[in-house]
Design a protein around this ligand. Structure first.
Ligand code: SF4
Length: 436
């Protein structure tokens, strides 16, 4: 079958003011890879706010990847404005769809919405489209007349090593190899994904509370060797939400790839690293660990369910430095309960860390759909979600980039948030030169 997979363009979120390319859409790249391996012909189409009118009449199946809620609106426009054959199978999936599959199914007038990991599901759907029934495909929602039916959940893949390499060849080379993205270097690099999921419960994050699955060291090595050979990379960034959870698995990957002498970076919590592992990562070429510091206020760290402490943040940063690895930190400002005092705690922690931190990325709090805060907005005093009575229909506002919207608090509290955010931003920009 001829299959089109559509994904929304999103921008890298690490810079203060600059819009730049995000990493490739791994969700559709893996789906495309399994479809190609099964003999289907696949095209990947990027949708942007200015590119929503596509001619998809040449395809037997069309899948919309709802990768974020902020891009839901223009993906929906793409569904309404694009030409799709009446007999084509229309599917929706992706992060937003996993949280809200029923509304996604209805809004997109899709035949099916996938629920969770979809590599096996999409193959089964393409097979059944030749004459079966969606009722026999686990892991989906589908419309039966006006009724939405849900089939049993599909268990997570037992072995993600069994997946083919992501189908990067379906994207332009410049979307794969980038040279301004690895820890302040200009090395030609690519992005990779070595694990899926994160078991932690941070209330602001949509990635948590899922079982983490790792690829083996051998599988990671195969992909990197391919990237060196086909794209000439000299470095890579691991995009996994939280790479360092299972130290044995991370160590296995490090030991397998060390001889390639590539430079790389990864994200981590501050409380899952230890000296041994960090030294192993350094030997394997790691030059930057990006830590989710979030705040210098332990009260806020607790409210965020991050449950880390200032001492752990300092220890993790120093541990990286001692191993010769740069430490970058992510900071979130404006979580419910933030005020001038908690902001000063963040400033003071950054002051203490000083030059031991090489880069800082400062974000403003946004209640991302699917998170604990979003689902329990009233409890956190948050307004503006689609689960509340005064929903305005605007999904684009859940954009983590430059978001100045007032999500909670009265006028006075918000004024304090604005003032303290300016104070923190100026402090970060003066110390770290507004870098990403
Ligand atoms: S913020 Fe990091 S540790 Fe927390 S749930 Fe998200 S990915 Fe996991």
């Amino acid at each position: 079958m001829r299959v089109a997979l559509l994904y929304p363009e999103v921008y890298d979120m690490a810079r203060f003011r600059e819009e730049r390319k995000e990493f490739p859409p791994f969700g559709v790249l893996y789906l495309a890879a399994v479809c190609e391996r099964a003999g289907h012909e696949v095209a990947i189409e990027k949708v942007t706010p200015d590119r929503t009118r596509l001619d998809l009449t040449g395809f037997d199946a069309v899948g919309f990847s709802l990768a974020s809620s902020a891009t839901y609106g223009f993906m929906l426009r793409a569904r309404r404005q694009s030409a799709i054959r009446d007999d084509a199978l229309v599917m929706v999936g992706g992060v937003h769809c996993n949280f809200y599959p029923e509304s996604s199914l209805r809004d997109f007038q899709a035949h099916v919405a996938t629920d969770g990991e979809s590599e096996e599901t999409i193959l089964a759907l393409l097979d059944q489209h030749r004459g079966g029934s969606p009722a026999n495909v686990p892991g989906i929602l589908y419309l039966d007349g006006d009724q939405v039916r849900r089939t049993p959940r599909r268990p997570l893949l037992r072995d993600i090593d069994a997946l083919p390499l992501p189908a990067r060849h379906l994207l332009p080379r410049e979307d794969i190899v980038i040279s301004d993205r690895l820890a302040g270097t200009d090395l030609p690099m690519a992005h990779v994904m070595f694990s899926r999921g994160c078991p932690f419960p941070c209330s602001f994050c949509a990635a948590g509370q899922t079982r983490i699955q790792y690829r083996s060291g051998a599988s990671a090595l195969t992909e990197l060797e391919h990237l060196v050979e086909a794209y000439g990379i000299e470095g890579f960034a691991i995009v996994d939400d939280n790479f360092i959870v299972a130290r044995r698995k991370v160590g296995d990957i490090c030991d397998h790839i060390a001889h390639l002498r590539l430079r790389w970076s990864a994200l981590s919590r501050v409380d899952t690293v230890d000296e041994n592992l960090v030294a192993r990562m350094a030997r394997a070429g790691c030059i930057e660990i990006k830590y989710g510091m979030e705040s210098g206020s332990e009260q806020l760290l607790k409210a965020m369910r991050k449950n880390t402490r200032r001492a752990q943040i300092k220890r993790a940063v120093h541990m990286a430095n001692d191993a010769g690895i740069e430490a970058k930190v992510f900071v979130i400002h404006g979580f419910p309960g933030e005020d001038a005092a908690t902001t000063e705690e963040t400033v003071s922690l950054l002051q203490e860390l000083g030059a031991t931190v090489s880069r800082v990325s400062l974000f403003r709090f946004v209640p991302l759909p699917g998170t604990e805060v979003y689902e329990n907005a009233d409890l956190y005093g948050v307004r503006g979600t689609h689960l509340q009575p005064d929903w305005d229909g605007d999904w684009e506002k859940f954009h983590i980039h430059h978001n100045t919207r007032r999500w909670w608090g009265n006028d006075q509290e918000w004024e304090e948030i604005e003032t303290s955010h300016t104070r923190l931003r100026n402090f970060v920009e003066s110390g770290w030169n507004a870098q990403g």
